[in-house]
Design a protein around this ligand. Structure first.
Ligand code: ADP
Ligand code: ZN
Length: 715
């Protein structure tokens, strides 16, 4: 028998290399095996087993690795689908799916070492440390190495030698989750119960749960997860950025102690590996994670939940450029797993799937807790404030409401989607703005608590000192303009010197648990006002927050992307949803220079459907998704001319070879980034995937091209 083996490196094509299976070796599709390759021994995954005639010499598989079948056959099929649909090499998909250590020679399942007491009576000659250890076993039968870490390994070993203890392997140690809230089991409200039953009984596997913020979606997820786990199934629950949603883990940790695994980008390699194996071994029944959790080795998955399904972070931003939602759909097709897409502001495409009957639609229209309702939203025209002579970054209305909230001992959230102190540095004499040397963007000014200032590029991360003179005209009139979260924090403190203010943005949350700490401090009311970027929009459920202020809603409104309006609407609705989640009524104040913008007007009324209808008809007119599909191909080069030329050549070739498609090209919005120029070519039509696949068979792309299927960002 022969096996096709997949390796984590670029070798040959996507089918793998052929090896002979020795008689005595017990392997299955999905097993990890050791194989000779050139002069080395490598780890590979069995993709296929067959008895075909082979006309070339093959080597034998050397051995199987611990863990046996580490990928179920459907997971291999999934990997192949991802590789094919997203035009990615299969080995890169495998690397995305499996932990790094799998490929090394020494990898083992990271079981914990445990010690057990034998029946043998302890002699009186034991040393004092040895006696202490034996004493411990009189109250508990099993101790892990971790629990005995106060004792030297040598002491434990000597007890084993004496026959008083034995060593064995236990479970894999998972992450510890401290539960902040003591929750009691809840009875679903009638409208929740209808959805719960509906999702369990429906024939269509995929459901959209369209429910406003605070309508009780999470409780439905929880109870469905319990049901699935009771049936022996595994559940994957995804949130856009898991480190920003500590309360979600909190909510589930209470019920699934020891059965919960968490996967996200801020875990260490070791932590990630242990969580991975706990899932693979079936020790973890419920997996909470960000987008990569979709590839968790939950062979027995029965339910996949995507919370805040409209979030863009569900799209991977490097090869393979998969969209978690589409991968979930594929898993459902392969395994029959149920999918729930939850959101207060579903992606236009998802809502369209529901409207056209392709997936189920369940709706929750009201907030669940008695007395809580959607907050009042006010739009403040900042042009009028200027006219009044108010030059502050806070309108009178927002300043008054902040004062009132503070006085009432309630809490507030101030949102601004830009970190740093100011947005750029401008010369008042010649109009020059300070630019990054490596990117086509202006530099942002940052300020330390001690008052030191410097410039940062938010695209390449480069730093610069603030020049004394304008590099263009040598004048001294350089000033910072625009506002960032640091400046908001500073101005707020000036206005309310005794207010306890915290800031949540990329600069303040570099540690793994920084957000968790902030959340805790908010919950305990050690913070009066939280100032932050979009990371604070993600699911903070704080009953004492009664005021949400959007300092400037205009950032991101004018990005040349057909999804800009949708994105802004979703962001505003989400941020607004942080206010008034319990009995105390909430208030939202949105400051803007564009109060008539449809995305803001819809937020004011909390109206999703009218916004959806308008947006959908625009897209229909312009032939945008969901009425077509798009593939974006990007060429990157240090050479500007080389870059635009490559794009023009491909565009022309597409126009010649691919009929019935819309073909277009444009430089990236930020043309130069990190010294590399970027040019996009767009292929748009009912099935551009098939068209591109046939095209590539005839004309392989040259080095430097990146393919993004169904991109969420066009520019
Ligand atoms: P969403 O996920 O839609 O934002 P949640 O599920 O977090 O809403 O519900 C909002 C609040 O209501 C939470 O504090 C939650 O514990 C509570 N809640 C949800 N369902 C019930 C229920 N059936 N009975 C009592 N409280 C509930
Ligand atoms: Zn830069």
């Amino acid at each position: 028998m022969y096996a096709e083996i997949l390796l984590p490196v670029k070798i040959g094509h996507n089918k793998g290399l052929t090896y002979k299976v020795p008689q005595n070796l017990n392997i299955e599709i999905g097993s990890a095996v050791r194989i000779p390759l050139r002069n080395q021994i490598k780890t590979g995954i069995v993709r296929e087993l067959h008895q075909k005639e082979i006309s070339f010499n093959t080597k034998d598989i050397i051995s199987t690795k611990e863990g046996g079948q580490i990928l179920a056959p459907w997971q291999i099929e999934l990997a192949e689908w991802v590789a094919d649909y997203y035009f990615a090499p299969l080995y890169k998909v495998l690397k995305t799916m499996l932990p790094k250590k799998i490929w090394t020679s020494t990898s083992k399942i990271p079981y914990e070492t445990i010690y057990l007491r034998t029946d043998k009576e302890a002699p009186s000659s034991l040393g004092s440390k040895q006696k202490e250890i034996i004493e411990l076993f009189s109250t508990k039968k099993i101790y892990t190495r971790q629990e005995l870490k106060a004792y030297p390994l040598a002491t434990i070993k000597s007890l084993i030698k004496k026959g008083l203890l034995t060593e064995s392997t236990g479970d894999i140690k998972g992450l510890q989750h401290e539960s902040l809230h003591q929750s009691s089991p809840k009875t679903l409200a009638p409208e929740q119960q209808i959805i719960f039953d509906g999702i369990l009984s429906t024939k269509k596997p995929i459901s959209l749960l369209h429910g406003i913020t605070g309508s009780g979606k999470t409780e439905i997820y929880l109870q469905l997860a319990q049901k699935m786990v009771a049936q022996g199934k595994q559940v994957i629950l995804m949130a856009p950025e898991i480190s920003l949603t500590p309360q979600l883990i909190d909510y589930f940790a209470d019920y699934f102690q020891g059965q919960l695994a968490v996967l996200h980008s801020k875990l260490s390699l070791g932590e990630r590996e242990r969580e991975w194996w706990r899932i693979e071994q079936g020790q973890a029944k419920i997996i909470i994670g960000s987008r990569s959790a979709i590839f968790a080795p939950a062979k027995n998955v029965g339910l996949i939940i995507m919370d805040e399904e409209h979030e863009w972070s569900y799209k991977q931003d490097q090869t393979p450029y998969y969209h978690t939602r589409d991968v979930a759909f594929k898993i459902s097709e392969l395994t029959g797993a149920k999918i729930i897409l939850g959101s207060a502001t579903p992606d236009i495409q998802t809502r369209y799937l529901a409207e056209t009957g392709k997936i189920n639609l369940f709706t929750l229209k009201n907030r669940i807790l008695p007395g809580s309702s959607l907050p009042q939203v006010q739009l403040i025209d900042m042009r009028a404030e200027l006219h009044k002579g108010n030059l502050s970054i806070f309108s009178d209305q927002l300043a008054n409401s902040l004062a009132q909230t503070f006085q009432n001992k309630e809490q507030a959230i101030l949102f601004l989607n830009r970190r740093g102190h100011s947005s750029s540095m401008l010369c008042r004499d010649c109009g020059h703005t300070l630019q990054c040397n490596q990117c086509d963007v202006s530099l942002t000014c940052h300020r330390s608590r001690a008052g030191n200032e410097w410039l940062t590029c938010h695209h390449c991360g480069g730093h610069k000192n603030i020049p004394e003179k304008c590099p263009e005209c040598q004048g001294a009139a350089i000033k910072s303009i625009g506002i960032g979260t640091q400046r908001v924090e500073e101005e707020l403190q000036k206005l309310f010197p005794t207010m306890r203010i915290a800031r949540a943005d990329k600069d303040t949350t570099t540690q793994k648990d920084s957000f968790q700490k902030l959340y805790k401090a908010l919950k305990n009311h050690e913070i009066d006002v939280l100032v932050g970027t979009q990371m604070i929009g993600k699911g903070l459920d704080l009953p004492n927050v009664t005021l949400v202020g959007v300092v400037l809603a205009d950032i991101g409104l004018h990005i040349p992307d057909f999804r800009a309006s949708e994105r802004n609407f979703q962001l505003m609705m989400q941020v607004a949803g942080r206010a008034g989640r319990a009995e105390k009524p909430g208030q939202v104040i949105i400051q803007t220079y564009n109060p008539e913008h449809p995305s803001l007007e819809s937020t004011k009324e909390h109206h999703y459907l009218p916004f959806y209808e308008t947006e959908l008809s625009t897209r229909k007119t312009l032939n945008y998704p969901p009425f077509t599909r798009t593939i974006k191909l990007t060429f990157k080069s240090f050479d500007q001319k080389n870059c635009s030329q490559a794009a023009l050549e491909l565009t022309n070739l597409f126009k010649k070879e691919i009929p019935n498609h819309i073909i277009d090209c444009a430089p990236a919005l930020i043309y130069k980034k990190h010294n590399k120029y970027r040019y996009h070519v767009y292929l748009q039509g009912p099935n551009p995937h098939q068209a591109l696949k046939s095209f590539l068979q005839k004309h392989p792309l040259k080095e430097g091209w990146v393919i993004d299927v169904d991109p969420v960002v066009m520019n």
